[in-house]
Design a protein around this ligand. Structure first.
Ligand code: S3P
Length: 171
């Protein structure tokens, strides 16, 4: 399908880069976290608190099934950082479009997230260790799920969007 799917760790810029790509292409930019929050009528932290991580992951899978069944074109999907963890989800993401992994370093994640408290998986002490270990656990999953890998450290959303769009022109 003629769509982009942005995947990557929390704070890698999926939302911002999705928005930039959307402005440049005029395509729509659905964001899976935002859609889930709207459907649930509560923020991500509350979904995790009430339904646990499994409940949140079930909601992600349900949403991806529905998006895939709808089959919309000219979409830029921004996704939640853990959406790739289920094999079924990875298959659904590939059905949705070209999957782009926005690769970020742990230091850049911490710089970008600052003291944001909306990520249930990064709450509490030792944030750096949490980011490093989660990113290490997930690195190969992101890579396996991706059609393309784009590094984001030290680059502006505009530069990153440019790389994504130019690579597509050459394909
Ligand atoms: C998660 C990432 C979050 C959100 C939830 C779980 C994860 O999205 O879906 O807190 O497991 O990495 P962002 O990547 O947009 O922060």
């Amino acid at each position: 399908m003629n769509n982009y799917v942005l995947i990557g760790f929390m704070g890698c810029g999926k939302t911002t880069i999705g928005r930039t790509l959307s402005e440049r292409t005029g395509w729509e930019n659905p964001d899976t976290d935002a859609l889930l929050v709207k459907e649930a009528g509560m923020p991500v932290t509350e979904i995790f608190a009430k339904e646990g991580e499994q409940g949140f992951r079930d909601r992600e899978t349900g949403l991806l099934r529905r998006l895939s069944a709808k089959g919309c074109e000219n979409q830029i999907y921004s996704t939640g950082g853990g959406i790739v963890l289920r094999e079924e989800n990875r298959a659904l993401l590939r059905q949705l479009g070209t999957v782009i992994y926005l690769e970020v370093s742990p230091g850049e994640v911490l710089r970008r997230l600052g003291d944001d408290t909306t990520r249930p998986l990064l709450q509490g002490e030792n944030r750096m260790e949490k980011v490093q270990s989660l990113l290490e656990d997930r690195r190969s999953i992101y890579e396996a799920a991706a059609d393309r890998i784009v590094r984001v450290d030290g680059r502006t959303p505009y530069e990153i969007a440019d790389e994504i769009l130019q690579a597509s022109c050459r394909e």
